[in-house]
Design a protein around this ligand. Structure first.
Ligand code: NAD
Length: 478
């Protein structure tokens, strides 16, 4: 594959049973900075899915019996291949996702943490008892063939979050990237054909229909999914038919509560980036900010100061620090919620610049004057818009922060991060992760997942690795 200076990309293919395959069906990939399709990639047929499952099943026999240290050596090789091809992979992420090139590169670099952590983690059987009466050993067996279904905001990172622990645990993995962003995952599959035995890792691009078929397939034993709550529910219902294991990393509507002791000049910039990184397209971005009522204007000003520095534009343009919304449907959602905010009496306290012309552009937008009951507050925008809400009483703020079906992340902002009050607020927030003076932090060494309707299970850490296994007990009587 070559990429020329005019950004022409040669088409990455599906990876099935260790080799590239094309397909009669194709998917059109749209450049979010123009709104125009720029490449067609093969879309896997149901017959190709069957072929991949068969190859994965065959490969599982050998891969699962390979010592973990050898599997981890292969993971280290994957890391090297990614490092060797980082420029090309970053360009693909930039083209398909829309984010600035340096951020696309950052996404690839962040994915290498998966390699570092799971490529060397200790994962041995545990002896639970060993005395004169007997011995009990707990092992973590691989589950079988894993179907990994990913999303479009961090396409490469999401794939690596699944394939690395999945493979280290001894499973074979079939990845289906989002139809909006298949390029970097397809290319990774091609690059890894020379590293991994045939059938161990396969990449099938395709639409939602292919995702449904993957979940229904009797030859697949676990689904690891990142995406929306409605799709997560559909997957769980469908997986019940074969009792597949599921890990569901779903949406969020994360609240942040600023305590009275915080200094807007100290936390303003961090609050901005908590909400607006990746143009707000982060599952655990800060999506509702609660500040003391008498300080709303100073916080709005402090966050707007950082917002004013952002340059929105195409990812390959010099100086750009934020890209477009990734797709038309998401842009429509953000626009609908912005309109609801205006209709509901919201006051726009900051609205940034966007490029003229086509592309899925939405200005960096900060709104005040809203409360619960307005759609911008109640729903997940997943785009560059933040409502700043006010509170008088801290108990009431906590209650309002928790008044949602979501429970992915939450944060507390304060000048006293270790104080009893801070910890008491943090403890009462209903979320899988509660951060203090930051939001979000997601990395390979720390479990990350949602409570309530934000998901089931976690990724990251030894817990995320165990999620790709079935615990098995050997119990000996002496
Ligand atoms: P989506 O659920 O529509 O699609 C995600 C993936 O699921 C795609 O690959 C899609 O083709 C596939 N899919 C769709 N229907 C399916 C079905 N019935 N069965 C199997 N697969 C199916 O997600 P989206 O709306 O495009 O993504 C945005 C959402 O993802 C947001 O809610 C965001 O918060 C969430 N998200 C969560 C995390 C997390 O880690 N918790 C990370 C990123 C994004």
């Amino acid at each position: 594959m070559t990429i020329t200076s005019d950004k022409t990309i040669s088409t990455p293919q599906l990876t099935i049973n260790g080799a590239s395959q094309t397909s009669d069906e194709t998917l059109s990939v749209i450049d979010p900075s123009t709104g125009a399709p720029f490449i067609e990639v093969p879309s896997a047929s149901l017959a190709q899915l069957d072929e991949a499952v068969e190859a994965a099943t065959t490969a599982f026999a050998t891969w699962s019996a390979t010592p973990i240290t050898e599997r981890q050596a292969k993971i280290q090789e994957i890391g090297q291949v990614i490092r060797d091809n980082i420029d090309e992979l970053a360009l693909l992420v930039m083209r398909e996702q829309g984010k600035p090139l340096q951020n696309a590169r950052g996404e690839i670099m962040a994915s290498l943490r998966q390699v570092e952590v799971f490529g060397s983690i200790e994962f041995a059987p545990e002896v639970l008892k060993d005395d004169e009466t007997g011995k009990v050993v707990l092992t973590y067996d691989p589950i079988g063939v894993v179907g990994a279904i990913t999303v479009w905001n961090y396409p490469f990172l999401a794939a690596m979050f699944k394939l690395v622990p999945g493979l280290v645990a001894g499973n074979t993995v079939i990845i289906k990237p989002s139809p909006y962003t298949p390029l970097s995952t397809l290319r990774l599959g091609e690059l890894l054909q020379s590293v991994l035995p045939a059938g161990v890792l396969q990449v099938l691009a395709g639409g939602d229909e292919l995702g449904r078929a993957l979940v229904e397939h009797t030859g697949i034993h676990k689904i690891s999914f990142t995406g929306s709550v409605p799709t997560g529910k559909a997957i769980m219902a469908s997986a019940a038919a074969t009792l597949k294991r599921v890990t569901l990393e779903l949406g969020g509507n994360d609240a942040g509560i600023v305590l009275d002791d915080a200094d807007p000049d100290v936390v303003g910039a961090d609050l901005f980036w908590a909400a607006f990184s990746n143009s707000g397209q982060v599952c655990a971005a800060l999506k509702r900010l609660y500040v003391p009522e008498d300080k709303v204007d100073v916080y709005a000003a402090a966050i707007a100061r950082e917002a004013a520095k952002v340059v929105v534009g195409p990812g390959d343009q010099e100086g750009v620090t934020a890209g477009p919304v990734q797709n038309a449907a998401q842009l429509a959602q953000v626009k609908r919620l912005a309109q609801a905010a205006k209709d509901g009496g919201g006051e726009i306290v900051f609205e940034g610049e966007i490029p003229d012309g086509p592309g899925y552009w939405f200005p960096t937008t900060i709104v005040k004057g809203l409360s619960e009951g307005n759609a911008l507050v109640d729903e997940e925008p997943f785009g560059p818009i933040l409502p700043i809400l006010t509170y008088r009483d801290l108990d009431e703020a906590i209650e309002r922060a928790n008044s949602t079906v979501y429970g992915l992340g939450a944060s507390v902002w304060t000048a006293n991060p270790d104080s009893t009050e801070t910890l008491a607020v943090a403890e009462r927030l209903e979320a899988g992760s509660v951060w203090v003076n930051q939001h979000p932090v997601v990395t390979a060494t720390i479990p990350f997942g949602g409570v309530k309707q934000s998901g089931i299970g976690v990724e990251g850490s030894i817990l995320g690795l165990r999620a790709y296994t079935n615990p098995r007990v050997l119990n000996i009587k002496r």
